[in-house]
Design a protein around this ligand. Structure first.
Ligand SMILES: [Cu+2]
Length: 68
Protein backbone atom coordinates (compact mmCIF):
# COMPACT_ATOMS: atom_id res chain seq x y z
CA UNK A 1 0.00 0.00 0.00
CA UNK A 2 1.04 3.56 -0.71
CA UNK A 3 0.08 6.70 1.12
CA UNK A 4 -0.46 9.94 -0.79
CA UNK A 5 -1.30 13.27 0.78
CA UNK A 6 -3.07 15.83 -1.39
CA UNK A 7 -3.62 19.48 -0.52
CA UNK A 8 -7.25 20.37 -1.19
CA UNK A 9 -8.69 23.87 -1.22
CA UNK A 10 -12.31 24.75 -0.56
CA UNK A 11 -13.39 22.09 1.93
CA UNK A 12 -15.21 23.84 4.76
CA UNK A 13 -17.57 21.43 6.49
CA UNK A 14 -18.47 17.81 7.06
CA UNK A 15 -20.39 17.72 3.81
CA UNK A 16 -17.20 18.60 1.94
CA UNK A 17 -15.27 16.02 3.94
CA UNK A 18 -17.80 13.31 3.09
CA UNK A 19 -17.92 14.29 -0.60
CA UNK A 20 -14.15 14.07 -1.03
CA UNK A 21 -13.73 10.92 1.03
CA UNK A 22 -16.63 9.27 -0.79
CA UNK A 23 -15.38 10.18 -4.26
CA UNK A 24 -11.94 8.78 -3.47
CA UNK A 25 -13.00 5.55 -1.79
CA UNK A 26 -15.24 4.77 -4.79
CA UNK A 27 -12.15 4.52 -6.97
CA UNK A 28 -10.66 1.12 -7.62
CA UNK A 29 -7.36 0.84 -5.79
CA UNK A 30 -8.20 3.25 -3.00
CA UNK A 31 -8.23 1.60 0.38
CA UNK A 32 -9.09 4.60 2.51
CA UNK A 33 -9.27 8.39 2.37
CA UNK A 34 -9.29 10.65 5.39
CA UNK A 35 -9.83 14.39 5.12
CA UNK A 36 -8.48 16.88 7.60
CA UNK A 37 -10.57 20.03 7.24
CA UNK A 38 -8.24 21.95 9.52
CA UNK A 39 -5.15 21.06 7.50
CA UNK A 40 -6.86 21.32 4.07
CA UNK A 41 -5.67 17.92 3.03
CA UNK A 42 -6.64 14.33 2.39
CA UNK A 43 -4.52 11.30 3.22
CA UNK A 44 -5.15 8.44 0.81
CA UNK A 45 -4.08 4.83 1.27
CA UNK A 46 -4.00 3.09 -2.10
CA UNK A 47 -2.43 0.39 -4.25
CA UNK A 48 -0.17 0.84 -7.28
CA UNK A 49 -3.24 0.33 -9.49
CA UNK A 50 -4.39 3.91 -9.23
CA UNK A 51 -2.64 7.05 -10.43
CA UNK A 52 -2.49 10.27 -8.47
CA UNK A 53 -4.04 12.00 -11.47
CA UNK A 54 -7.15 9.84 -11.08
CA UNK A 55 -7.48 10.89 -7.46
CA UNK A 56 -7.02 14.55 -8.35
CA UNK A 57 -9.72 14.29 -11.02
CA UNK A 58 -12.15 12.67 -8.58
CA UNK A 59 -11.64 15.51 -6.11
CA UNK A 60 -11.96 18.18 -8.81
CA UNK A 61 -15.19 16.59 -10.02
CA UNK A 62 -16.63 17.30 -6.58
CA UNK A 63 -15.78 20.98 -7.03
CA UNK A 64 -12.58 21.32 -5.03
CA UNK A 65 -9.12 22.42 -6.11
CA UNK A 66 -6.04 20.30 -5.58
CA UNK A 67 -2.63 21.89 -5.12
CA UNK A 68 0.06 19.57 -6.43
CU1 LIG B 1 -18.85 21.77 3.05
Amino acid sequence: MNETTLKVEGMTCNHCKAAVEGALTELEGVESAIVSLQDHRVDVIHTDKISIQKMVEAIEEQGYDVNA
